[in-house]
Design a binder for this molecule. Sequence first.
Ligand code: HEM
Length: 379
Amino acid sequence: MSAAAWEERLYRAAHPIAYPLLTAVRSPVRRIPGLGIVVTDAALLRSVLLDGRGFTKNGPGASSELWTPVLGPTVLVNMDGADHAALRRQLAPLFTPAWVDDLAARTLADALAALTGRLRDGEPVDLVTEVRHYASIMIAQLVGLGDDVVGDELFRRISAISAYVNLARPRLTARQILAARRVIAELDTAASAAWAGDASTVPGRMRELGLGERDALGAAGAFVLTGTETLVAFIPRLVALLLDTGWLDRLRDDRTRVEAAIAEGMRVTTPTPVMLRSVLRDGRIGGVGVRRGERVILATFAANRALGPFDPIANPAAGLKQLWFGAGPHFCIGAPLAMAQVRLVLGALLDAPAGLRVAARGAARRTLLPGYRSLVITR
Ligand code: HEM
């Protein structure tokens, strides 16, 4: 099966109902009753993301309905305007390339050296399990826990929070909110102690940057909930794509193409397939009139895919200004950390001998983000 066919399978397994509905939209904008106004054109999509007066993340049908009951009302993802900009400014030094490159390298060095070694020894490695392990280590860093404390069990409970929701119902039931709050409370206890300590931990560094305890805990919770699943879904998909197209070995011979290959991987997979907004005031998106309170589904995956198949040589991703990380005021604040981790994992695979292949794989079913349930690679 081709790389594109596998991607198609992942999307269908994750969203058996919504995906066919969204891919059936052939026009740049269309209203789908019961779902919302679907935008599939990159330029229109960007215009919505940049129009803070016309659209908000914090209204009916937008993702704030998922985050606010769990994390509280002021955690970036559900803020707008001056307060949002001020918190972003305060957090900016946490995500400078130098800081995140160092954080990621320090945090993942041992695990990645072990990965290269196992592949060199001919051991089959399930990349999904592997990347979950890295995510646990990174969560520990983000909330200031010891590496050994965030085990698979806590990770599973964190993942379960996003697994509760789907596109038709992007919010949690009362029982799910309670379960999610219990997980966040556990993380908060650790983050609170770290915030009060020195600047060697992420919460401690946030205090140094002037964040109060409540904002620091909220930000740490948002990083964990938004950043973990995206990477766990993306990295195995990128690796599968590179193996299915023969590009992993090509990159080993010519590492100058690594950045283009990652960008193209982001474009054709679009780890966060859609973004949601709520209409703030009556207006138009392209040729379609929209009314206050309506939900807008920004189908980034459709806009990205319109530029054709994975191609690190022509690199059509270069013209998209990283649309897969969003645009405008809510552009992914964690993008430098995500990129640092992706580069490191890819580097570890490129350090392994040539000729790696996929030995077995299966798609994850009914997950918010399409991805592999398992992806076993070996020599
Ligand atoms: C492959 C990896 C990732 C992808 C594709 C991704 C994608 C995105 C996208 C598309 C948005 C904008 C959503 C919108 O406008 O509605 C976003 C926002 C955000 N991301 Fe990421 N993300 C990734 C990794 C991360 C990581 C590692 C972190 C945390 C450390 C993170 C933290 C955030 C936060 C906090 C926001 C909200 C920013 C705001 O509202 O101001 N993300 N991400």
